[in-house]
Design a protein around this ligand. Structure first.
Ligand code: SF4
Length: 405
């Protein structure tokens, strides 16, 4: 069966309302979020019911889509509250709900008209499982991350459901996140959204009679982060990702910063558009890879997609690297005076070189020549969190641009 290639949706994480706005303004076609309960990010900011209504209104005003994650593995005690939450989501007008648990799927089917997306937590790794969920009423399947492109294409050829895959972000060393490590070590259950990321910790071997004597279990002398996964980045294979015929390309990271969301979305937006402008001459641009290297990340991997056995663990450190400091968001721009109003996010001062990363325009850099506070008083630095400052800019700058160093 041949695969019909359509332009895939670019789907971005919305950890809070500001990140949702950034994702959509920087080019995402759709966003996904978690409510205060029932999504697998219990320690994210997450959305209250009031914020969900605001988020749906904002997203739909831009003609884009918004999906709600309700992908915990529910226990009996959760059922009544889940039923109430699903009915609320239906009334709020979200475009789909992400579900892992079959019980929650039946609830959504019985009580609501919500479209159902099966979460990656359900571990769909073959076309029969995809077809089964489709027959149960799921419109879309978010495939397990442990699949090669050949397997994804085969699922596409044998199942009429929409398919979604992860293209960028942190990965679990366990099977698509179905993991008991955190629950075992800390009592906090990853399958209830409370993971402590225990796989990123540093591990040693201890002989039971020699407490306090640690023996390295690392691959070499540098360390022993034996379960620490690299971060996924499928940008180098974006043409092959698109040719696999999936409907939606998902970016991981509801816990990540506004800077992360804006940067990753802008890069993949540009790359997807570039492919569809001219598929035969499509090339990955160095500037896209440079941009992805400016955000905090662990070394990148293509995970399972190519299926060539590339190692996915990084043994020397569990800390993500970072090469750009996020300093503020442009909230306003006055053309006659060439002045930008910045909401501060990191410390900066007069004389410092900064760059402006814009939703659509080119990134430009300049030195901060002067700075005034919201009352018009001249200041030399902006030390307070979310302080409003005005600075002269060398070029017209778009609202929602990020100032970085
Ligand atoms: S401990 Fe690590 S592998 Fe397990 S669920 Fe958490 S992030 Fe994933």
């Amino acid at each position: 069966m041949s695969i019909n290639i359509v332009k895939p949706e670019l789907l971005a994480p919305a950890g809070n309302f500001e990140k949702l706005q950034a994702a959509l303004i920087y080019g995402a076609d759709a966003v996904y979020f978690g409510g205060k309960n029932f999504s697998l990010r219990a320690f994210g900011d997450n959305f209250t019911r009031e914020e969900i209504l605001k988020a749906v209104e904002f997203t739909h005003a831009l003609g884009k889509k918004i999906y709600a994650a309700a992908n915990i593995f529910a226990h009996n005690k959760d059922i009544a509250a889940l039923a109430d939450y699903l009915k609320f989501l239906d009334g709020a007008g979200v475009d789909a709900v992400l579900i892992s648990d079959l019980g929650v799927l039946t609830l959504a089917k019985e009580l609501t008209n919500l479209k159902i997306h099966v979460s990656t937590q359900a571990n769909v790794t073959n076309w029969r499982a995809a077809k089964f969920f489709h027959e149960l009423g799921a419109e879309r399947i978010v495939l397990a991350r442990e699949l090669t492109r050949a397997e994804i294409s085969e699922i596409k050829a044998n199942c009429a459901a929409e398919l979604e895959i992860f293209i960028h972000g942190a990965m679990c060393i366990s099977y698509s996140g179905r993991c008991w490590l955190s629950k075992f070590l800390t009592g906090r259950d990853a399958n209830q959204g409370a993971c402590t990321h225990s796989c990123r910790w540093k591990y040693n071997l201890v002989e039971e009679k020699r407490a306090g004597e640690f023996f390295s279990v690392g691959e070499d002398e540098r360390g022993s982060y034996v379960m620490n996964s690299k971060d996924l980045c499928l940008l180098p294979y974006l043409d092959k990702v698109i040719q696999s015929g999936v409907t939606s390309l998902k970016i991981e990271g509801r816990m990540k910063s506004v800077n992360y969301v804006a940067s990753v979305v802008k890069v993949y937006r540009a790359a997807i558009d570039s492919y569809f402008d001219n598929p035969t001459d499509f090339k990955i641009r160095g500037e896209w890879l440079n941009e992805l290297n400016k955000i905090a990340h662990r070394p990148y991997t293509t995970g399972f997609f190519i299926g060539d056995g590339e190692p996915t663990e990084i043994y020397d450190t569990s800390k993500p690297s970072r090469s750009a400091n996020f300093l503020g968001i442009v909230r306003d721009f006055d053309l006659p005076t060439m002045t930008a109003t910045i909401e501060q996010r990191g410390k900066f001062e007069v004389g410092e070189r900064v760059e402006f990363f814009q939703p659509r325009g080119k990134t430009f850099s300049q030195v901060i020549s002067a700075m005034h506070d919201a009352d018009g008083q001249e200041i030399l630095s902006a030390p307070h969190a979310q302080q409003i400052v005005k600075i002269p800019v060398a070029e017209p700058v778009e609202i929602w641009s990020l100032m970085r160093s």
